[in-house]
Write a protein that binds this ligand. Structure first.
Ligand SMILES: CC(C)(COP(=O)(O)OP(=O)(O)OC[C@H]1O[C@@H](n2cnc3c(N)ncnc32)[C@H](O)[C@@H]1OP(=O)(O)O)[C@@H](O)C(=O)NCCC(=O)NCCS
Length: 196
């Protein structure tokens, strides 16, 4: 009989806070009740989703499975993958502008990302929103690496990664990783924070 500890399911020892606040933004955990909101805000938007790794939603229901995973994750339920996603709201106006998140990837590596509705680009919101999420992830001792990737034609996303403290790691030759651009290979840029 082995004395080995059972393998941890994931590197998140704790469920993250349901809310974060920054100077200009309020983040709150998303869930199934946000299905219609995220559809209108960005999942159905061809510009916002152009460089995302998931296909643009064409119906509100397309987002259901993912938001179920998100809701379960915040409830501490893992069926393999964990996805923590927060909706981003501008404090001053109350407007919802997009979301950011972090989730399991492989072993002690977690992956994250962000998406804003186009009218809210170019104001520094993505980095401001994602920074506290990344900082929280660093407090989880079993997380050894935080990764994010972007398409070479989406350099603003790389700027966001650098702003929150990730550094360029490598280029991955990715096949069919960008469903909204069609099939094909692309040299994807990988950024990372690594625990030393
Ligand atoms: C990518 C995205 C999150 C950026 O968010 P944002 O809040 O508009 O980003 P910022 O305002 O902080 O701008 C990011 C930086 O990129 C720079 N930038 C913008 N376009 C650029 C370009 N074409 N080349 C180089 N840098 C660029 C900006 O100057 C800014 O840097 P600065 O603050 O030092 O001036 C936003 O455009 C978005 O939601 N896009 C759609 C979804 C998406 O692509 N998500 C990422 C998938 S990997």
């Amino acid at each position: 009989m082995s004395n080995a500890e059972p393998e941890a399911l994931h590197p998140f020892r704790e469920v993250p806070p349901r809310t974060f606040d920054t100077a200009r933004l309020h983040l709150r955990a998303s869930g199934l009740s946000d299905l219609e909101l995220v559809f209108k805000l960005y999942t159905n938007d061809p510009i916002a989703t152009k460089y995302m790794s998931w296909p643009r939603s064409t119906t509100v229901e397309d987002g259901r499975v993912f938001l179920e995973i998100v809701e379960d994750s915040f409830a501490g339920i893992s069926n393999g993958a964990l996805e923590f996603v927060w909706l981003i709201q501008v404090k001053q106006t109350g407007e919802f502008i997009g979301s950011c998140g972090i989730g399991t990837q492989q072993g002690s590596t977690v992956g994250g990302g962000y998406i804003l509705s186009p009218p809210f680009w170019h104001r520094g919101y993505a980095a401001e929103a994602w920074a506290p999420v990344v900082e929280w992830a660093k407090t989880q001792p079993d997380i050894h690496r935080i990764e994010a990737v972007h398409h070479p034609d989406n350099p603003a996303s790389g700027a966001v990664m650098r702003k929150v403290g990730l550094t360029f790691d490598r280029i991955d030759h990715k096949r069919n990783g960008y469903p909204n651009l069609g099939e094909g290979s692309v040299d994807e840029l990988v950024y990372a924070w690594v625990r030393t």
